[in-house]
Design a protein around this ligand. Structure first.
Ligand code: ACO
Length: 446
């Protein structure tokens, strides 16, 4: 069906059947009744359009600021049941993937719909690990940033700059081209991120090592100093890989929506991914893990937790890392992350802020304010503590989110491009401004 056309009225002689799969609405302004087909628990907003008072009216729209109850697409990538705390990629529970898979295997699953065979995984890994180098000009480009530039700002800019190096990326309806850009984006994200980090420290860049795993090579580019060959600590390498799996996709969140929305103009995937990374930078999204750490430092001691919670309840503060638009239960990723935290702390020593975090969680989970609003720890509540223990500064936390989320963004983008129902994203508005009025000359203005 052409999505720009309202669906035809359901016409069937069997009234019972009709009512089962349709919504009957009466426009009380006109007394007219309309049957809206229901598919997948959804009515099409465009089916409201025929409801008008005058023939030349625009017709009825739905109003949904922040898309809280609007499905933007049909998607086969990620399933979330926020009430039950379920997250699955392509049908596989996140708990199984975190325990048994690797980030690169999971990224393949997310992108291509099935777990790879052995040869497919080898080929995929080969392509990703051979697209890790970046053009030397990107290094020069990074030199232009201030020493204290936020790595997310540098990351956004350098991802966008990739589009200038690969003009073939504009060939978005060519499957081979999309595959190539996928290798480039997933391969180069850790390099861009690590180079941004080294730039902020004033350290020479460490080049990719394609013999290491995806996470291991990232640690190499971040932390290599004088050693001939960097050998990542296996516990930290595994922890980072699991964190990458947990962050790989999360259906129609703010940054995936940015990727789809910007990509719907048929721009190249690097430009769309730069927009998605910008969306992730915000403190209500991927920037929250950085905010959690600042908050825990501000609280400073377990003794101060009750007073801080009091301020949260009074609306003066937010308990960062708590609450989620979709999860109204414990975020399943947060559970897995707590286990990973223990492994990392065993190697790196216990993070002093952990006790404050645990006390915040304990009090919040027993408190009426949080219970009635169904606010539970989300993925970001403990990740910051793990990253800090691994030696990352807080400004790198959202970067650590952006790297693995790239596979999800590309999958969402490709699904959008190949969906015949999708068009350029162009919401409507309810205009509440002035009616037409005459231009006021300068000397007549108040
Ligand atoms: N601390 C205190 N109160 C909160 C919090 C919080 N972290 N989150 C929500 N609430 C309150 C709201 O004030 C509101 O209260 P009210 O009904 O009295 O007005 C109620 O809970 C509902 O909250 P909304 O803001 O309507 O929920 P929404 O779904 O729009 O927001 C969001 C979700 C943005 C994640 C929110 O919970 C938040 O700001 N959390 C803190 C930031 C954070 O951790 N973000 C990371 C999200 S996970 C991710 O992006 C990977």
């Amino acid at each position: 069906m052409n999505p720009s056309q309202p669906a035809a009225r359901v016409t069937t002689n069997d009234k019972t059947d009709e009512r089962r799969d349709s919504l009957t609405v009466t426009d009380n302004r006109t007394g007219k009744t309309q049957d809206l087909p229901i598919t997948s628990e959804t009515v099409r907003a465009l089916d409201l359009r025929p409801m008008k008072v005058q023939a030349d009216d625009f017709g009825l729209m739905s109003y949904d600021p922040a898309f809280t109850n609007t499905a933007l697409c049909k998607s086969a990538i990620t399933f979330i049941d926020g009430d039950k705390g379920i997250l699955r990629y392509r049908g596989y529970p996140i708990e199984d993937l975190a325990e048994k898979s690797t980030y690169l295997e999971t990224a393949y699953l997310i992108l291509y719909g099935e777990l790879p065979s052995g040869p497919q995984l080898d080929e995929w890994t080969y392509h990703i690990s051979h697209h890790t180098f970046i053009h030397e000009s990107i290094k020069k480009f990074l030199e232009g940033f201030h020493y204290d530039a936020h790595p997310m700002g540098m990351l956004i800019s350098t991802i966008a700059a990739l589009s200038t190096f690969y003009p073939d990326a504009r060939d978005i309806f060519n499957k081979e081209s999309r595959r190539k850009q996928t290798h480039r984006l997933i391969g180069k994200m850790p390099t861009l991120a690590a180079f941004a980090y080294r730039h902020s420290l004033g350290m020479p860049y460490a080049y990719p090592d394609s013999e290491l795993s995806y996470a291991g090579n990232f640690l190499n580019m971040l932390f290599k100093t004088t050693e001939q060959k960097y050998r990542p600590n296996p516990t930290l390498e595994h922890a980072l890989d699991v964190l990458f799996i947990l962050h790989a996709d999360h259906e129609q969140n703010c940054s995936a929506n940015a990727m789809r929305c910007v990509g719907s103009s048929h721009v190249d995937p690097f430009s769309a991914a730069a927009a998605a990374t910008a969306a992730l930078y915000g403190p209500l999204h991927g920037g929250a893990n950085e905010e959690v750490l600042h908050m825990l430092v501000e609280i400073g001691s377990i003794r101060n937790v009750p007073a801080y919670i009091k301020r949260v309840k009074a609306g003066e503060k937010k308990l960062m890392g708590f609450g989620h638009r979709i999860y109204k239960n414990y975020d399943p990723r947060a559970r897995i992350i707590k286990g990973i935290a223990d492994q990392v702390f065993e190697v790196m020593g216990r993070n002093a802020l952990l006790d404050i975090a645990l006390e915040c969680e304990r009090i919040a989970l027993e408190d009426e304010y949080f219970i009635t609003r169904r606010l539970y720890p989300n993925v970001d509540f403990y990740t910051g503590l793990i990253y800090q223990s691994m030696g990352f500064p807080a400004s790198m936390f959202p970067v650590l989110f952006a790297i693995p989320r790239t596979s999800g963004w590309i999958a969402q983008w490709e699904e959008m491009l190949l969906d015949p129902e999708q068009k350029i994203a162009r919401p409507r508005q309810i205009y509440v401004g002035h009616e037409q009025r005459p231009y006021v000359p300068m000397d007549s203005r108040d």
